[in-house]
Design a protein around this ligand. Structure first.
Ligand code: MN
Length: 293
């Protein structure tokens, strides 16, 4: 009983949430499950914490009324309205994430129900508020429980792919690094981790053949400021041949949700390579959405 709230608190700490949110995370189940009146929470921890705890409790009652995916959009609207404070939603997502990580302790029918609900309601909600990293974690955990064999198949393919292409990856990195250094651009180049569930969805919608997993390489370049993003782009297009129609300037023209980055695809060592270029604050926002504020 204590392990769960502590872990929810820790997830909120890892998201760098404020003190009130972490406290409310620790207390999120006490009103619902322990018959502690909200007034006790208010007296001991103040108005802000008690409002957050109350919000999470109300959200819990809301998800019990939702049945299926057709209600997903309705759920998102209701959840954001019911919560009033978006931190309530963040606590609820942390709660759900820890539930999924300990899901093997539940009977199979409850596992399936929780995972479906997560894929139908909570992961889309997390995407909606820009918490893409949380969303993909929720998706991958649920997918792994629902379809262990499919999960393993894709996961193994991804690992094998990375192993086989180690030389390619390090060569691309090397040429980029050398050019950036020569031109005094401080850059961090990382391979982009692909998420199992999003690949599964693309395969299922037949927008993606399995061979595509072996073909696409994705890099991310993090630099110090927006100006360096454009400079880095220039050098990348100078080293590798850009692919027509794949360049997007989301720094000059951010997406409606505020997302910023430069996207390009180039041919490197006879293979298509996707590259995202952004600054650290842009990166934080892209991964953590509202939680990055
Ligand atoms: Mn809980």
């Amino acid at each position: 009983f204590i392990t769960h709230p502590i872990n929810v608190g820790l997830i909120l700490v890892s998201l760098k949430m404020d003190e009130d949110t972490v406290i409310a995370g620790l207390l999120h189940d006490v009103v619902e499950d322990c018959e502690i009146p909200l007034s006790d929470v208010k007296n001991k921890f103040g108005n802000n914490v008690s409002r957050l705890v109350d919000g999470v409790t109300k959200l819990l009652q809301l998800d019990e009324k939702m049945k299926d995916q057709s209600q997903a959009e309705h759920f998102q609207k209701m959840a954001l309205a019911t919560a009033e404070d978006v931190r309530v939603v963040i606590i609820k997502l942390a709660d759900r994430l820890h539930n999924l990580k300990t899901i093997e302790h539940l009977p199979r029918d409850k596992q399936v129900k929780k995972c479906r609900e997560t894929l139908d309601l909570y992961a889309p909600l997390a995407h909606q508020i820009g918490m893409h990293k949380m969303a993909t974690e929720l998706e991958d955990c649920s997918f792994k429980t629902l379809h262990p064999a499919r999960y393993k198949f894709i996961q193994d393919a991804l690992e094998e792919n990375n192993l086989n292409k180690k030389t390619l990856i390090s060569r691309v990195k090397k040429s980029l690094n050398a050019r950036f250094k020569k031109n005094d651009i401080e850059a961090k180049i990382t391979g982009r981790e692909k998420r199992v569930f999003s690949i599964y969805q693309k395969i299922k919608k037949k927008k993606f053949s399995f061979a595509d997993i072996y073909d696409v390489f994705a890099f991310r370049v993090l630099v110090n400021n927006a100006e360096d993003c454009y400079k880095a782009l220039g050098f990348i297009h100078n080293i590798f041949t850009p692919i027509t129609g794949r360049f997007k300037d989301y720094i000059g023209l951010p997406k409606p949700n505020g997302y910023q980055s430069l996207h390009t695809s180039v041919i490197g060592r006879h293979r298509p390579i996707e590259i995202q270029i952004r600054t650290m604050p842009m990166h934080e926002f892209a991964e953590r959405g509202v939680a990055s504020h």
